[in-house]
Design a protein around this ligand. Structure first.
Ligand code: AP5
Length: 210
C-alpha cells in the first residue's frame, strides 16, 4: 500500500510512520530526514535546503521533488511505502501524479496548534540515526543517549518556539490545502492525534486497514 502521512509539524507523523512501517514491513520515507542528511553531508540539495529549514520555511519544490523521485525509485519501495512530510504543496502532489505514483490512502494526523507548541519543546532527535524521542512522552532509556545507536540526542534547531510558529504558519498556508486536494480524490482519512502515542497508533492502523 502506498500512503501519505499528512499533518502539522509535530503532529506525530514520524512517530506513527515508524510504528506502521514495522507493522506493514514497508519503508517510511521522510523528506525532512533526507534533507537533514543532505545538510549534514554538504550535498548540493543540502546546501540549497539549509537556510529554508532553519527558518521553518519550505524548501523549494524542485529540490524536494528531485530527492523524492530518486528515493521512491529504489527497490525497497516497490511493495509500498509511507511518505512522511511529502507532498507539502499542491505542486508537489501534482508532481507525484505526473510521476505516475499511485497513492492509496492519505492519513491526516490532526492535532491543534496549541498542543503542538507544547509537544515540540520536548522533542529530542538522535544525531546519529535520526530517531525521534520526547523527554516526557517517549523518553530514551538512558538520558540523552539514543536507544537504537547510542549516539547523543539533541534538540532540533527548528524546534525553537519561534521557528515552530513559523512552521505552523507555513503548514496552514501551503500544506493544509492538500486536505481538500486528497478529499476530493476520495483518499483522505483523518485520525485524531491528541491521544497518547499508543492510542494514536491504534487509530492510525485502524484507519489504514479500514
Ligand atoms: P520534517 O522533518 O518533515 O518536519 P515536520 O513536518 O515539521 O514534522 P516533524 O518531523 O517536526 O513532526 P512529526 O509530525 O513527524 O512529529 P513527531 O512524530 O516527530 O521537515 C523539516 C523541514 O524540512 C521543514 O520545515 C522544511 O523546511 C523541510 N521539508 C521537509 N519536507 C519538505 C517538503 N516536502 N517540501 C518542502 N520542504 C520540506 O512528533 C513530535 C514530537 O511529539 C516527538 O517528540 C514525539 O515523540 C512527540 N509525540 C508524537 N506523538 C505524540 C503523542 N500522541 N502524544 C505526545 N507526544 C507525541
Amino acid at each position: 500500500m502506498n500512503m501519505i502521512f499528512l499533518g502539522a509539524p509535530g503532529a506525530g507523523k514520524g512517530t506513527q510512520a515508524e510504528v506502521v512501517c514495522k507493522e506493514l514491513n514497508i519503508p517510511a520515507i521522510s523528506t525532512g530526514n533526507m534533507l537533514r542528511e543532505a545538510v549534514k553531508n554538504g550535498t548540493a540539495a543540502g546546501l540549497a535546503a539549509k537556510d529554508y529549514m532553519d527558518k521553518g520555511e519550505l524548501v523549494p519544490d524542485e529540490v524536494v521533488i528531485g530527492i523524492l523521485k530518486d528515493r521512491i525509485a529504489r527497490d525497497d519501495a516497490k511493495n509500498g511505502f509511507i511518505l512522511d512530510g511529502f507532498p507539502r504543496t499542491v505542486a508537489q502532489a501534482e508532481a507525484l501524479e505526473k510521476m505516475g505514483v499511485r497513492i492509496d490512502k492519505v492519513i491526516e494526523i490532526d492535532v491543534p496548534d496549541d498542543a503542538i507548541t507544547a509537544r515540540m519543546s520536548g522533542r529530542r532527535v538522535c544525531e546519529g540515526c535520526g530517531n525521534s524521542y520526547h523527554i516526557k512522552f517517549k523518553p530514551t532509556k538512558v538520558e540523552g543517549i539514543c536507544d537504537a545507536c547510542g549516539a547523543k540526542v539533541v534538540q532540533r534547531i527548528d524546534d525553537k518556539p519561534e521557528t515552530v510558529q513559523a512552521r505552523l504558519k507555513t503548514y496552514h498556508e501551503k500544506t493544509a490545502p492538500l486536505k481538500d486536494y486528497y478529499l476530493s480524490r476520495g483518499k483522505l482519512v483523518t485520525v485524531q492525534g491528541q491521544n497518547e502515542i499508543a492510542e494514536t497508533s491504534r487509530l492510525t492502523l485502524a484507519a489504514i486497514k479500514g
